[in-house]
Design a protein around this ligand. Structure first.
Ligand SMILES: Nc1ccn([C@@H]2O[C@H](COP(=O)(O)O)[C@@H](O)[C@H]2O)c(=O)n1
Length: 281
């Protein structure tokens, strides 16, 4: 892993995700897609979270949302063969990418997220029969997997509401609690730390946003959450992907957390995009 572009931490070198990774399995596997995105294959049930998987046409390193990528994508949207659901945490384009979303219609997956997100998915051309909005604490069951929608606070427009518009409210951005036959995964979503986050239990794998932005956990609270969920494995994300040493939301550094997370040697995973992690519940 390298430091580049001033002080920016770059993710480990990408490994390709292939068609075989979408086949039926006897376990639950997780891949970081880069940025804030994940693929989960739970015994053949296929879930994507916040995929940003398209490059600008003709450009080797500028992605669809205009950022130069520090690492290549492990798979592009047009090569994703099949999905059961695509979960969207919120509207920001490094989560809901406007070229990737329609490119995933052909996977047959159900697009799911908050009401405002689903409204935007409709604008992007997702057919009505292929999307559904959910409220906090509602559940979506797909095969043997049960997904519930957890609370976040990501009201970053408060930085300057005149410039950025109304701040995201409590039903505009979600996290996802994903119960599989092999254990429970929690994707916290982009959020400041809430008291209820510290009351979560039964989490086997924490997909932890480690960016150091005031409307995210920040290092101190990411460590606090990791140490509260003391028996969970952790996969770091929301860092090392997009060029922007001056953008706090892109500038997490796993090294800054590792020494403060209890037992980090065995449970804090700094995966390459496209590297498989097998859930041990
Ligand atoms: N001028 C700005 C505007 C926004 N931000 C931060 O960007 C983040 C939005 O992207 P997410 O991945 O977090 O959804 C948000 O956290 C803002 O704090 C900024 O730094 N400067």
């Amino acid at each position: 892993m390298t430091q580049g572009n001033g002080s920016q931490f770059i993710a480990p070198a990408t490994k390709p995700i292939t068609a075989e990774d979408f086949a039926g399995t006897d376990n639950t596997s997780i891949w970081w897609l880069s940025g804030a995105g994940f693929l989960i294959n739970s015994r053949g049930t296929l879930i994507m979270i916040d995929p940003v998987l398209t490059m600008k046409p003709g450009s080797p390193d500028i992605c669809e949302i205009g950022h130069r990528m520090l690492v290549p994508l492990p798979i592009v949207a047009t090569e994703v063969p099949r999905l059961d659901t695509i979960l969207y945490s919120h509207l920001d384009d490094d989560h809901l990418a406007p070229v990737t979303a329609p490119a995933l219609i052909r996977t047959g997956g159900l697009f799911a997220g908050p009401v405002v997100v689903v409204r935007e998915l409709a604008n992007l051309g997702i057919p009505a029969e292929q999307y559904r909005s959910f409220r906090i604490n509602e559940t979506l069951r797909i095969g043997e997997v049960e997904i519930s929608f957890t609370r976040v606070d990501h009201s970053w427009q408060n930085l300057d509401p005149e410039k950025y518009g109304p701040p995201y409210g409590p039903e505009d951005c979600y996290g996802f609690l994903i119960k599989t036959p092999d254990g429970t995964i929690w994707y916290t979503g982009d959020s400041r730390l809430l008291p209820e986050h510290l009351e979560m239990s039964g989490v086997d794998l924490l997909l932890l946003d480690i960016s150091n932005d005031p409307y995210h956990f920040g290092i101190e609270n990411a460590v606090k959450l990791a140490n509260t969920l003391a028996s969970a494995d952790i996969i770091a994300h929301h860092y090392g992907t997009y060029d922007g040493s001056d953008v706090l939301a892109f500038n997490g550094n796993p090294d800054e957390l590792a020494s403060a997370i209890d037992g980090s040697e065995s449970r804090f995973h700094v995966l390459a995009p496209g590297e498989r992690y097998v859930l041990k519940g």
